[in-house]
Design a protein around this ligand. Structure first.
Ligand code: PGA
Length: 254
């Protein structure tokens, strides 16, 4: 019988704005071939224009999925340049990142907007991977729990427990993203434990025990094992290291 923690496992790669179509397809093909059968979901969050081809590559792989990096907060209509949840679903996409710190910081994404994006994802049967985390200034001012609680409240105040069961969380301290500085396993575990108790208080213990909470921020083959063995860290959201097949596979295997 698998434990609750085993059931919560998931690893997602966030390719960001890297790789052209061929390079993305080659990367996914190599990972799928080398990974073989996965006991838990492995997700490629790719540029939107890759998703159609990518979904085709992963469709026969066991437990490998394509994911988008963003979703429109609107259902359809006059929103030039945006991509709707229904459109993502129609190209075989299964997951979508919502609220990545780069979108919050550089695209002005606010709590209300992110809540609407989560609703659009759920309405279209896509699993949102909701990213949150404090900046360096906020951590130095000991505000990390306050900031994380606010971001969780903004994302999920409108959901009930059954809807919440379809959400994946990703704690990504901004100071650890793409910097090579990883939160220590103890620092990350402390926030993950805090998030699980927040879920318990807000949605009850069934949601708290079953929600997948990923850690992201400079995860590498050398630190993945120690991070993932923390009781409340269920897997990772991997940026830079997801672009190198060998590194990404080593992290999945961790
Ligand atoms: P990183 O990025 O692994 O390169 O730090 C993580 C992310 O931004 O999701």
């Amino acid at each position: 019988m698998s434990t609750l923690k085993e059931k919560r496992r998931l690893v997602a790669g966030n390719w960001k704005m890297n790789l052209d179509l061929k390079a993305g397809c080659d990367l996914a093909t190599e990972v799928v071939e080398q990974l073989g059968k996965s006991d838990f979901p492995v997700v490629f969050c790719a540029p939107a224009i890759h998703l159609h081809a990518l979904s085709d590559i992963v469709k026969d792989a066991s437990n490998v999925y394509s994911g988008a990096q963003d979703i429109s907060s609107h259902e359809s209509g006059a929103h030039t340049g945006e991509i709707s949840g229904g459109q993502l679903k129609s190209v075989g996409c299964s997951y979508v990142l919502v609220g990545h710190s780069e979108r919050r910081a550089f695209h002005g994404e606010t709590g209300d907007l992110l809540a609407a994006k989560i609703s659009q994802a759920l309405a279209n049967d896509l699993t949102p991977i909701y990213c949150f985390g404090e900046t360096l200034d906020q951590r130095q001012a000991d505000q990390e729990e306050e900031v994380v609680a606010r971001q969780l409240h903004e994302g999920f105040a409108h959901l009930d427990a059954p809807a919440m069961k379809n959400v994946v969380l990703a704690y990504e301290p901004c100071w650890a993203i793409g910097t090579g500085i990883t939160a220590s396993p103890a620092q990350a575990q402390a926030i993950h434990k805090f998030v699980r108790s927040w879920l318990n208080e807000r949605f009850g213990d069934s949601v708290a025990n079953t929600t997948t909470i990923l850690y992201g921020g400079s995860v590498k083959p050398g630190n993945a094992n120690e991070l993932f063995s923390q009781p409340d860290i269920d897997g990772g959201l991997i940026g830079g290291a997801s672009l190198k097949p060998a590194d990404f596979i080593a992290i999945v295997n961790a």
